[in-house]
Design a protein. Sequence first.
Length: 341
Amino acid sequence: MHSLEAEPTPTPQSGVAEDTELQRTVLLAGVDLASLLGHRDQLIADLESQHPGVVFHSRDEVLTLRGPALEVRAAEEVVREILELARRSGTVSRRDVSEVTRMVHEGNGPTAAQVLSEPILTVRGRAVRPQTAGQRAYINAIDANTIVFGVGPAGTGKTYLAMAKAVQALQRREVSKIILTRPAVEAGERLGYLPGTLEEKIDPYLRPLFDAVGAMMDPDLVPKLLASGTIEVAPLAYMRGRTLNEAFVILDEAQNTTPEQMKMFLTRLGYGSKMVVTGDATQVDLPAAVSGLRVVRRILKDVEDIHFAELSSDDIVRHSLVGRIVDAYQAYDETKEARTQ
């Protein structure tokens, strides 16, 4: 087991004031140094952007941190967590640096490395794992409950992580099939008049689910599993009248269900099955009806073995600008709602 070598951290009791300049050295041992630091020492640049008061300098396997004592200690803890994460998972992304920094500064719960390192599964040599504390809580909720609602803005990994858990459950033979479904509702467009069969008209709604399956499994295996019914992708309307036993069932885009459709879907639950319902209550495309996703929480909030996982802009793993866009829209909506009251 590798150890992290560093100088003992002075404490306020030892006579070092928090605004006194402090220099610390950390040995970058037990990792692929070139992979950790990245192209042109990208890791150093990311650390400097997260800790502007601290000067970072790397030489060989030694990283030196210099700056105000309080900031240096916080930055050193971030570096320790990043090293441990790299040792556990093999890689560290730029997103990991910002998330580890945020978690260290919040300073509650398990360590960042513990939260972020455990993979759900490995696809073509790439580990699929939560990248934020909110995503890890979502994954833990799926493990602990029969029905989980993953609610949050675009880019928070709601469907992606649910799909990873479904594939994991299938590989472990905890279920015998995966069922993916979503309501066929136009997002402002009218596709009904396009030429083609019913299947061709429905395909655009289901394409994201097919893409999710392809991202999680060997591409050569997916057609065979679809043909055998081990994986089923179908519109929500096709669920009516069925009992879904020994299945991992994912309902995507649930904000576009009516309350009646939501009830219909949830009551399909059979023995040995698990359901994950994902959606963004701020992106409802229903022309006039009330969203079933908005109503269901009030109805089922006290029912045992059902969990509502809330993801936020902090959990968005797309371009950093997406999080700021989501926050700006939320602030706008809150202001507009306040004016109407």
